[in-house]
Write a protein that binds this ligand. Structure first.
Ligand code: NAP
Length: 342
């Protein structure tokens, strides 16, 4: 079912000139249709939409399954995006995603706000099966299901998300100039986030539930040597507090059970992330990091005709722009694969 709240967002905005001559009519893939599509894309973040733009412009008439609950991916819940090239004054995350989606639609991408339940990927014709049981056939599949940041699951985390709670220092650190911040976690991501945030913040508490970091030695040394970073050991976050923006966090000492309050202006949660691979976990080869394994710099997975792009193959960079580039690669790989079939 289309997501009501997003209905119409993907039509071209008023005032945008659409070259209708260039628009191919997307195939009317009825639920469970019997036609064989060239490309089906699963996932609607920057990777999926960019793959759709390239595939549609190559006349491959892609069918894209965006989720019924969270089409557009993580950027739909971000506020201002200032590091995506092309927007001098920045752009709101949801606007960026709806615009890229509209661009994909402009060239004939058929976007459906439905959830893919399972995939059958072996053989030349693959099956994409939705939660209502309807089945779509395709020669190639591009998987761009993204990743999700792990959540603390504490009071205030969700409510204050975008109001002082963030999962991305490079996205949001700029907004905390001269402020006091807490980074939660003890791995490389947490240390990296903390170090990055010292470029903007006056002080950064690195809050970890144990008394040794999991991060690599070199990263640990950088953290310990940085005068703006103060370690808060043996501390688990109980709640993130504040009316309409973060004002403090409540901590429990994991050794003494003592409770304390730390006054901060922002909280960066960096306790790891998980690629969304549930659909293909038992079908495609995965890496040790849990991402879908691809062949070198390509998007080719362990099954011919199946390509993967974006955060689901990348545990390192995880940026909107790198995901978009990866989506482009997947569409080009799919196109070359289809050409090799004919
Ligand atoms: P990670 O290594 O899994 O570390 C997650 C950290 O969060 C751990 O310290 C863990 O605590 C803590 N944690 C997990 N769940 C928690 C919870 N519910 N509450 C509080 N703390 C929690 O994840 P990562 O830091 O994202 O790194 C993932 C991979 O990417 C690693 O292989 C890492 O080396 C790599 N990476 C490398 C770089 C770099 O080299 N520059 C940068 C980023 C990531 P415990 O330690 O107690 O388990």
């Amino acid at each position: 079912m289309p997501n009501e709240s997003l209905g119409g967002l993907f039509s071209a905005p008023t005032g945008v000139k659409v070259d209708t001559a260039a628009v191919e009519t997307a195939p009317t893939a009825e639920a469970g249709d019997s036609q064989i599509h060239d490309v089906i894309i699963v996932g609607s973040g920057p990777a999926g939409y960019t793959a759709a733009i390239y595939a549609a412009r190559a006349n491959l008439r892609p069918l894209l399954f965006a989720s019924s609950v969270s089409p557009g991916g993580d950027l739909m819940t971000t506020t201002e995006v200032e590091n995506f090239p092309g927007f001098v004054d920045g752009i709101q995350g949801p606007e960026l995603m709806t615009t890229i989606g509209a661009q994909a639609e402009r060239f004939g991408t058929d976007i459906r706000y439905e959830d893919v339940e399972s995939l059958e990927l072996e053989g030349e014709v693959k099956k994409v099966i939705l939660s209502d049981g309807s089945t779509f056939l395709t020669r190639t599949v591009i998987i761009s299901t993204g990743s999700e940041y792990r959540k603390l699951d504490v009071d205030g985390e969700q409510r204050l998300s975008g109001h002082g709670v963030s999962w991305c220092a490079t996205c949001d650190g700029f907004f905390f100039k001269g402020k006091t911040l807490a980074v939660i976690g003890g791995g490389d991501s947490a240390v990296e986030e903390a170090l990055y945030l010292t470029n903007h913040a006056a002080k950064v508490y690195l809050v970890h539930r144990r008394d040794t970091l999991r991060a690599s030695e070199i990263m640990q040394k950088r953290a310990f040597d940085n005068p703006k970073i103060e370690m808060v050991w043996d501390s688990a976050v109980q709640s993130i507090n504040g009316e309409d923006k973060v004002s403090s966090i409540t901590l429990t000492n994991t050794k003494t059970s003592e409770e304390s309050e730390l006054v901060v202006d922002g909280v960066f949660v960096a306790i790891g992330s998980d690629p969304r691979t549930a659909l293909v976990r038992d079908i495609l080869e995965l890496t040790e990091a849990g991402t879908i394994a691809v062949d070198g710099r390509s998007s080719r997975t362990s099954i011919p005709g199946v390509f993967a792009a974006g955060d689901v193959i990348d545990s390192t960079y995880r940026q909107a722009i790198t995901a978009a580039g990866s989506g482009c690669v997947a569409a080009l790989d799919a196109q070359h694969y289809l050409e090799s079939l004919s």
